[in-house]
Ligand binder design. Structure first.
Ligand code: COA
Length: 153
């Protein structure tokens, strides 16, 4: 970790931070969520939007997830390119796994996205399936991965 970061769980009143997440999403992810999508997500009872703030209170990365009963979906994670490889995504994931202890957590990832696949494997997510043509722009299969306490690697 090259600089100190603080993980914050957002709420509806964090308008500027939600806008920063949408900006980062648009830069990092094709077909990503709009600001309106972040806003409707944060209004749900069962959702998480976590941001990683640096000492200047800049959003360096974010993670989104939702949960129901004992199952959760990690819907997105992104770190601004200038802050990558400094352990920020790892800090966001650690925070989520601590919050959602005992949940079965699922996610999809493009089969070509080696940095993200390596990140998830490092945290003991396991491949449990393939979703054919899951992504658009460009069309690509997704690997479905699962984390559960019993998966520990
Ligand atoms: C994937 C992403 C979130 C990783 O963020 P990050 O803050 O750079 O990740 P970390 O520094 O915490 O790295 C943790 C692990 O991820 C893996 N990893 C990260 N970047 C990698 C790269 N460029 N190549 C290969 N593995 C990589 C490594 O296993 C790394 O562990 P190590 O440092 O012990 O080798 C970031 O590259 C990103 O925002 N990508 C674009 C958005 C995206 O694809 N999101 C995933 C959608 S499913």
């Amino acid at each position: 970790m090259m600089q100190k970061i603080n993980i914050k769980k957002l709420c509806e009143s964090d308008i500027d931070l939600l806008k920063s997440c949408a900006e980062l999403e648009n830069i990092c992810i094709s077909d990503g969520w709009s600001y309106q999508s972040f806003l409707s997500e944060i209004k749900k009872q069962n959702s998480y939007i976590l941001v990683a703030l640096n000492q200047e209170n800049q959003v360096t990365g974010f993670l989104t997830a939702s949960y129901v009963l004992d199952t959760a979906d990690l819907t997105n994670i992104a770190v601004a390119s200038e802050f990558r490889n400094q352990g920020i995504a790892s800090e966001l994931l650690k925070f989520l796994l601590q919050e959602l202890k005992n949940y079965h957590i699922f996610l999809e990832v493009r089969i070509s996205n080696i940095p993200a696949i390596n990140l998830y494997q490092k945290f003991c997510f396991k491949q449990v399936g393939i979703r054919k043509r899951f992504y658009q722009n460009p069309i690509e299969d997704a690997i479905l991965m699962q984390y559960g306490e019993e998966n520990l690697c």
